[in-house]
Design a binder for this molecule. Sequence first.
Ligand code: AMP
Length: 477
Amino acid sequence: MRVVAFRVTAASLRTTESNSLTNFNDFNLNGAITRALAEEKYLTPTPIQAQTIPTVMSRRDVIGIAQTGTGKTAAFALPILHLLAAEPRQPVRKSCRVLVLSPTRELSGQILDSFRTYGRHLHIKGTLVIGGVPMGGQVRALMNGVDVLVATPGRLLDLVQSNALRLGEVECLVLDEADRMLDMGFIHDIRKIVAKLPAKRQTLMFSATMPRAIAELAAQMLHDPVKVAVTPGASTVERVEQRIIRVDRPAKSAVLIDVLRHETIDRALIFTRTKHGADKVARGLTHAGIAAEAIHGNKSQGQRERVLAAFRKGEIRTLVATDIAARGIDVDGISHVVNFDVPNVPETYVHRIGRTARAGAEGIAISLCDGEEVAFLRDIEKLIRMSIPVSDRRTHQAHSGPPHARNAIERSSPSASNRDRHQQHRNGRGSRKQPRHDQPNAGTGEIASVKFLQRHASSGRGAGSNTPRWTGQSEGS
Ligand code: AMP
């Protein structure tokens, strides 16, 4: 994977390629942190870490374009811990030195866990401020001040408004998954929070995509940031074996059951578009003798945590989730991601399949695609600049689809799928790495890919498709 860092200046974009640091010792991080990393068996920094860690240590602002699964949490947590340890200070009451904002409760919990893991040999106080649990414990935890506060925006503002928290002591602000926070409608909360922070601070913003709204937010909130980009095409996506199965909509559940029975599964994460769909799929699987649980926004925090813990321990091997509920799931060892519904926002597909192939592992992503979803696949293939092998399980394979979906349909014809199977057989991983030569930036570096992402995002994503679209992050009922 190639990482490119560039400084955003008013006049120009200067790009420089990094000399990737290949060892955590190269960073001169505090010894207590490198010890924890050795215990965690982290040997080599990921590309986003190689770029971000020294930049944050030099107290520069950073905008990082990176997916979950690229190691971005450690990319900001490690240098922040280093800076905190370099200037130890008793936290001021009802205040924090570092504020991390994240879109979901699960992700917030995992970020705090990461700080605790990497900072276990330091004397760092951290706490979590999230909705869905009583406020009393959080008020008490903040009473004497903390070094690191990880929060979802809504509850954070509640605490500020009830005078349980003051933000005037924040030295460093991290906005994680900024694009998701915008999608989820947190923009006003974020602006209110940022208005209460000291103007002189370090700000780090991470986002999987770079739509215009994020660029504008960054321009307002960051000071002369260094931009670090790791594109999905170069990272997670390439390590995931991707497959498409064309199905008739009513047969999706039966095909899913068949797939789960025939694959060697360590842990499978199945995505549905709606909460109702997640429950229905989980019920169908259970009925067929495959133990499965669903998590989504209608489940209580306690239920979600219980199910996630069981999934993490391997007690439940099949989890059905909506995109929002799965947002913060950081479980290693997910061998399969199954898209029961193909997402209509291509970046969501990349997020989903990034749940497998974490930390260098390989994984399998299977998408069950009915006739109405073919257009979505076309957008996905454009974004990832790969052709995904297709097999066909429709009962009547002579279906004709909308004209814009012709490619995927042609490839799903019996002869094409045979070809795919032969190809898979030959190279063991299918033809998925075949670049798409019809894409303007195919085969070029990451900057071009990011531009591609930006253009793609701002052009309304697949404007050519006539199929109605739902928003990627709203959980339907
Ligand atoms: P993230 O992108 O922050 O969600 O991290 C993805 C996963 O990679 C997490 O399970 C981390 O514990 C793991 N991880 C992050 N950095 C490294 C590294 N340098 N070496 C090995 N594992 C890592």
